[in-house]
Ligand binder design. Sequence first.
Ligand code: CDP
Length: 240
Amino acid sequence: MADNPYFCAVSAIIIAIDGYSSCGKSTLAKALAAQLNYGYVDSGAMYRAVTLYFLENKVNFSKSKAVQVALTNIRIHFELNKTSNRNETWLNGRMVEDLIRSKAVSDYVSPVATLVDVRREMVDLQRLAGKNRGIVMDGRDIGTHVFPDAELKIFMTADPEVRALRRFRELLSKGESWNMEAVRENLRERDRIDSTRAENPLRQATDARVLDNSHLSESEQLDLAYRWAQEAILSKKASN
Ligand code: CDP
């Protein structure tokens, strides 16, 4: 961030990108962060890392005491792999970027993400990551709960069948053996749990800009979001 001559802390903003499963939020968030020279946080990866820890350590997540104890043993951080230029998730000193995308984790992450203790802990970490602004964060409750004062909120959506096909192709390319119906079912079920949970459910913030990318290419969606970001940065500069 600091080596970018255009990065100005005074006008640095928070960009919150929320939306349904597999809408391409992370793809857009990463590209937008790179273009603005901002930090990027994949909040979903944090819930996935917690889920991986619970599964590997057989934490009974219906017991709040067990969850609270487990949370004290979890350390999550992100590192940019300079060789692959990939932002990777680390759990307790181990790189888990691929493991957290496995079917087992995808099946359990939304139930885990309903747990109040888990959410409070993750939200604290997310707020810490955004305390100096200059960040793009994607998730489900970033614009509504984590950063209700984000200068730009984007709510992403896409046709469910388009989303399922994109995720199916992504999993295939990684050698994961899912069939299309299992992918559809996973997305449906996660969207249902995420939208109906008691604690900070997935909702479109009233001041969010909606981006339906069913028929947009990656570069088209980036152009649109980058334009919105420039507007938000200029308007923040003007109000300073
Ligand atoms: O990539 P995809 O959209 O499929 O999901 P993700 O961003 O990796 O998030 C995985 C799961 O974490 C979601 O289905 C939610 O259950 C949960 N999550 C959440 O509850 N709150 C967030 N801010 C981000 C993710």
